[in-house]
Design a protein around this ligand. Sequence first.
Ligand code: MRU
Length: 361
Amino acid sequence: MSKSLESIRYYDNKFEVLNQLLLPQTFVYEDCSTSDLGFAAIKSMKVRGAPAIAIAAALSLASELKNLNKKLNLVDTKNYIFSKLDYLCESRPTAVNLFKMTEDMKSLMQKELIHLENNITGGEILKNLFIKKAEELLQNDISDNMAIGHFGAECFSKKEKVKILTHCNTGSLATAGYGTALGIIRTLHAQKKLERTFACETRPYNQGARLTAFELVYEKIPATLISDSMASFLMKEKGIDGVIVGADRVVANGDTANKIGTYQLAIAAHYHNIPFYVAAPTTSIDCKKKSGKEIMIEERPKKELTHINNMQIAADGIDVWNPSFDVTPAFLISGIVTEIGVIFKNEIGEYDVADFLNKKK
Ligand code: MRU
């Protein structure tokens, strides 16, 4: 099997991201070994996808800490890490993974602070703990995605062969490896159950055409690219067995923020009686928010719509609205596939995501 694609590469003293702005024409890794470089790579979308964003933020800071040429005391180390994490959180607002990683790291650091109070090497110990935990995120994400692949493929166990529609990019390029929605497609393919996957181009940033198509060709998975406007007709004409998408934030009632265009796919799938699954690691779940109304939706520069490859395609002076994500209401979602199992609606047709998580603890 060919080596799978990597969006992030972490070495002893160096962290690099694949510059996804240049794909599919140019395949180049760029240094991302400081929090400034990490922030810029996330904001400019050189690295993107909810899990990859969080991991890239953590590892850029981990590399910076490794290369720091001064030794800080315990409190200064804690303050340094906290302020850099807060800064990294300013990069993109919708995917919860970054905020969750920050919160988890901060609470771990805070706990350790008490134990290390009188330790003269406390600063170094705290720093090394952060680095270790950041490194663990890489491996955990890959194993989570493989479990998502397994649980997601089970949702189609009654079918012999399936045709799956997907949106945006949720594969190796959006995660530490394997992918979430694309991980399920990959598993179905490995199980010889995938007849074909259809990938929406995902305007305006074209993650589907530029990145998912690239991954599917690279992995030799049977795939067809469509424009977003063809999705309903595809469902009507091609006998689609399921739509599987990723998530940037799944909230307590199951409402899910994902790449713009996801909502209209869910509506079309509902109309055509096609199951619509969300694939999301638990790091993409935010039970602090009760419903999708509370999710902050990132708005991206208007140039993403008016230009393609720096060539202007829209009339000068036109007003532009460019929300990068939308929210799919929970009732349109057939199941939320996580690494610990699939969340389904309860007997009254509602999701209780927190209850599912609690029962799995
Ligand atoms: O703007 P992007 O490219 O970061 O958006 C990515 C998506 O919306 C993905 O579907 C989501 O992050 C899940 S990636 C496993």
